[in-house]
Design a protein around this ligand. Sequence first.
Ligand SMILES: [Zn+2]
Length: 102
Amino acid sequence: MKSCPSCNELNEDSAIVCTKCKANIHAQSSSYGVIIAGAIMAIIGLIFLMYGNSQNNNIGSQLRSLFGSGQTNPGTPWMIVGGVALGVGVILVVVKMASVKK
Ligand SMILES: [Zn+2]
């Protein structure tokens, strides 16, 4: 059994809509959509990170660029965007996976 998020009515685990208020309680499909979107986001972020890294070539120039003007390393903006996308994507996947398991 699972409880409806809007009216707390108990429904069968296989139910797609609540028997009382007709709200959509079949949350798994939307959660999987978010997990897939998060995974794609993480992969794109990883590609951006690797692209930025190849543009910058070494760790030393990356650090100088991050703390300096950013003009000497064309890959740094790619790495920042990639790092943010990777982080958000991983968080989305982890949070949604945890909620699906409940
Ligand atoms: Zn309901």
